[in-house]
Design a protein around this ligand. Structure first.
Ligand SMILES: *[C@@H]1O[C@H](CO)[C@@H](O)[C@H](O)[C@H]1NC(C)=O
Ligand SMILES: *[C@@H]1O[C@H](CO)[C@@H](O)[C@H](O)[C@H]1NC(C)=O
Ligand SMILES: *[C@@H]1O[C@H](CO)[C@@H](O)[C@H](O)[C@H]1NC(C)=O
Ligand SMILES: *[C@@H]1O[C@H](CO)[C@@H](O)[C@H](O)[C@H]1NC(C)=O
Length: 154
């Protein structure tokens, strides 16, 4: 008799415990990034298959609720260099006339783990095969988009 009661209690307890789970489990195990995007350090990244100028690259990213990628750490830079295809890729770093270089999130760029070689007329930054470089913004290049992982679950 005691055994049966314990069994019933155990079953009831298990069922109750499961009630809240079915919605949670798929979210935990689902790929947190959209199809075709790569997850890395809580962000989702997209390496474009098309080329365009800096603005059209960023517009494409915006249409996916993302922006051209910011490079916040040496690890992220290494990740980009490892996973991007060999051609140049735009990133979210740009300069308006008479203004300092700014990340697309609005922060002023300061040289840290990488330096930005620049010249007059070069107002948009990209990644070449080994480092960050700058050029005019009208060149046709590939690009990298980034967005917060949580943004793409919701
Ligand atoms: C972008 O965000 C808006 C508003 O949150 C949403 O309606 C739309 O589906 C999102 N688009 C993509 C491509 O994720
Ligand atoms: C913008 O991105 C840069 C580079 O990742 C970062 O250092 C800075 O804190 C960011 N600023 C904001 C407002 O998120
Ligand atoms: C931008 O740079 C590319 C390649 O360096 C060059 O072919 C093009 O003429 C330049 N465009 C302008 C407007 O300076
Ligand atoms: C960028 O490319 C788009 C689409 O090809 C074009 O409409 C736009 O004029 C270009 N902008 C610049 C600044 O080159």
């Amino acid at each position: 008799m005691t055994v049966i009661i314990i069994l019933i209690l155990a079953i009831l307890f298990t069922e109750r415990k499961n009630e809240g789970c079915p919605n949670l489990l798929p979210a935990v195990f689902a790929d947190p990034c959209p199809k075709g995007w790569l997850g890395y350090q809580m962000k989702c990244y997209y390496f474009s298959v098309n080329e365009g100028n800096w603005t059209s690259g960023n517009s494409h990213c915006s249409s996916h609720n993302a922006s051209l990628a910011v490079v916040g750490s040496q690890e992220t830079l290494d990740f980009f260099l490892r996973y991007k295809s060999p051609p140049d890729h735009w990133i979210g770093l740009q300069k308006d006339s008479g203004q300092p270089w700014r990340w697309i999130n609005g922060s002023i760029f300061t040289e840290g783990f990488f330096t930005l070689p620049t010249e007059k007329g070069r107002r948009c930054a990209y990644l070449n095969h080994k480092a960050v470089a700058s050029s005019n913004c009208t060149r046709e290049e590939f690009w990298i988009c980034s967005k917060d992982m949580f943004k793409s679950i919701a």
